[in-house]
Design a protein around this ligand. Structure first.
Ligand code: PEP
Ligand code: MN
Length: 365
């Protein structure tokens, strides 16, 4: 597996959970200073200060960021808070300017992660430095694209890496600005051991209400920190005005969150061990049943081949879906879970029967 350095080993003195706060966009030196002052007054000093210097706006004509000049204002943050600074880079020129201005950490935004050319260009521009890079998930829920971007940085020798979950565009579900998909960061953490994922509730929720709830959820799912857009006068912010919170509100949110401890660091109790053993046993039983079920599926496949029947039989499929979903719901399993489970089993069954057909009649490959 690819070795990388976790946030605590970035040499910035950070200890988890990582809290990143600051405005969506750097606007004026006065704005940056006021945010810092209010953070101090409210005794809410984040692990890192964020500020968008170049803003990837969806539509042209909105505020596109103050540019390099804004990086000079980061000295104000260092003076007041003495914490690391992170900014978004969207192309090679941004990356070079960020390095020249001693930015501590850069992040790649969702609109950039989708584009391997842009990611590679940024990776090449940062290569040779030791700067930590955080990669936001792409706009669409594609784990490979997210992983691929992290891999491009790793491949040029940048090993201080983390990911940020900021939710995904969804054409239909408008409850969120960007719908969270909790299984994706968890999957990323499984396939890339030790990869930390910071959650960005601001861009998920898109408004002030609900940031606490999503932050708590992220902690419950074992994510490793939070990035929360913070502005002293959110209503007057030049970008993302609806979702930014004041430093005072940031303090309230962080105080209300129940930060869970990772269980790995503790000795599990006897009770937990018993329960886990019971689950292990049931998983073995589930696997035995699945093995048996697929053996029967193979026999059905052989029968279909003999009688020239097609593998997919839509009436039967419809019936299986409806009856099993109903039974599952009656057993207190969610409809969504039942449908996903059945799709998964059915897809595997079809694949096996098609493979049988190909093997029996290699010409039809
Ligand atoms: C941001 O962090 O301000 C931003 C533009 O985020 P995203 O890339 O998640 O849209
Ligand atoms: Mn923003």
């Amino acid at each position: 597996m690819k070795e990388h350095k976790q946030i605590k080993d970035w040499g910035l003195g950070l200890t988890g959970p990582t809290i990143i706060a600051g405005p969506c966009s750097a606007e004026t030196p006065e704005q940056i200073e006021q945010i810092c002052i209010e953070m101090k007054e409210n005794n809410v000093i984040p692990s890192m200060f964020r500020a968008g210097i170049w803003k990837p706006r969806t539509r042209p004509g909105s505020f596109e960021g103050i540019g390099e000049e804004g990086l000079k204002w980061m000295e104000i943050v260092r003076h007041h808070l003495n914490i690391p600074i992170t900014v978004e880079v969207g192309n090679a020129a941004h990356a070079e300017i960020a390095l020249r201005n001693n930015v501590d950490v850069v992040w790649v935004g969702a609109r950039t992660t989708v584009n391997p050319f842009a990611v590679q260009e940024i990776a090449d521009a940062l290569a040779g430095s030791d700067i930590p890079v955080m990669v936001k998930n792409p706009m669409n829920p594609d784990l490979d694209l997210w992983m691929g971007a992290l891999e491009r940085f790793h491949a040029v020798g940048l090993t201080k890496l983390a990911a940020i979950h900021r939710g995904f565009s969804d054409a239909y579900d408008k409850r969120f600005r960007n719908k969270p998909n909790w299984s994706m960061p968890m999957h990323l953490k499984r396939v890339w051991t030790g990869m930390e994922v910071i959650n960005d509730p601001s861009h998920i929720v898109g408004k002030r209400d609900g940031i606490l709830e999503i932050s708590q959820k992220a902690m419950n799912f074992g994510l490793d920190g939070l990035m929360i857009e913070t502005h002293h006068d959110p209503d007057k912010a030049w970008s993302d005005a609806k979702q930014q919170v004041t430093p005072a509100r940031l303090k309230e949110i962080l105080s209300a969150i129940d930060f869970k401890k990772p269980m790995e660091s503790e000795q599990p109790s006897e009770r937990l061990n018993d329960l886990r053993r019971a689950v292990d046993h049931m998983d073995d039983q589930l696997l035995d049943i699945l093995q048996e079920r697929f053996a029967v599926i193979d026999q059905i496949g052989a029968h279909k081949r003999e009688h020239h029947l097609s593998v997919f039989q839509s009436d039967r499929w419809k019936d299986v879906m409806e009856s099993r979903t109903q039974k599952g719901v009656a057993k207190n399993l969610s409809e969504k879970f039942m449908k996903e489970l059945l799709y998964c089993i059915h897809e595997e069954s079809v694949k096996r029967q098609e493979k049988q057909l190909r093997e029996a009649d290699p010409v039809k490959k």
